[in-house]
Design a protein. Structure first.
Length: 249
């Protein structure tokens, strides 16, 4: 077992991964934190922004696939794969947030009364995202739990399929609240329209790919969950169901 570099890797994963998420949250709510010009026209800005999105999509979706994980595990050890994934995601997300090019033209500006509704939806999305993230509880976002287990020469605890919070109503509530947040905007410049469309398409495609891995990991329990709970849009039946379904145990 190789332990050299494990602690620096954990610190870098939390620092870069966590820092990029904080800046991304700011970006979604207020726009680029430190805007600077790279392109000199709106068409060039949109092309550059699309490139940034595609880089992030490719990294994020490719590295999470089972084949990529197995490939990386042979080179850095299985315990370090989640932390390397967090690092790579942090770098790509940070590049997107810091290099994003705002456009000068807008699709629309909502009038003041509608802005209150837009702001309320955004707050609802943020609250829902926090609720969903809290429901995951032991989810190892930055891969530090795997690294700690590796340092102690312990096996990582097996993944357990448990349904809590908003996961009782939709299978992917974090994606749902992300979509609600990006579309509940009081003003829509063309760069944000591009961002919203690309991320909506990517989330839908990525969710379907993720479902395959979840089926492989949890088998019949997840198949029953699929049959009982919608993927992204809650149905009245799922929302009104207050008791936990049988696959929650």
């Amino acid at each position: 077992m190789k332990t050299s570099g494990t602690r620096p890797l954990a610190i870098a994963s939390v620092g870069l991964g966590g820092g990029s998420l904080v800046l991304f949250g700011y970006f979604l709510l207020f726009g680029p934190p430190f805007p600077f010009a790279i392109a000199d026209s709106d068409p060039k800005r949109l092309a550059f922004d699309a490139f940034l999105c595609l880089v992030f999509f490719t990294q994020h979706s490719a590295m999470i696939r089972r084949g990529a994980k197995d490939y990386l595990a042979k080179r850095v050890s299985e315990a370090r794969v989640p932390a390397f994934y967090s690092l790579a995601s942090g770098v790509c997300l940070l590049a997107l947030v810091l290099a994003w090019q705002p456009t000068t033209r807008f699709v629309f500006h909502l009038p003041t009364p509608a802005r209150w509704l837009s702001g309320s939806l955004a707050l609802l999305a943020v609250a829902g995202f926090v609720w969903g993230a809290h429901s995951l509880r032991g989810f190892d976002v930055f891969g530090t739990q795997r690294l700690q287990a590796d340092l102690r020469a312990m096996s990582a605890p097996p993944a357990v399929f448990v349904v809590r919070g908003p996961y009782r109503y939709v299978r992917h509530p974090l994606y749902l609240f992300m979509l609600l947040l990006i579309w509940s905007t009081p003003r829509l410049p063309y760069d944000q329209l591009l961002f919203n469309v690309l991320w909506t398409v990517w989330i839908i495609i990525g969710t379907k790919l993720e479902e395959r891995d979840l089926l492989a990991d949890f088998g019949p329990a997840y198949r029953q969950y699929q049959a009982s709970v919608p993927m992204l849009m809650p149905s009245p039946r799922a929302v009104l169901r207050r008791q936990r379904p049988s696959f929650d145990s």
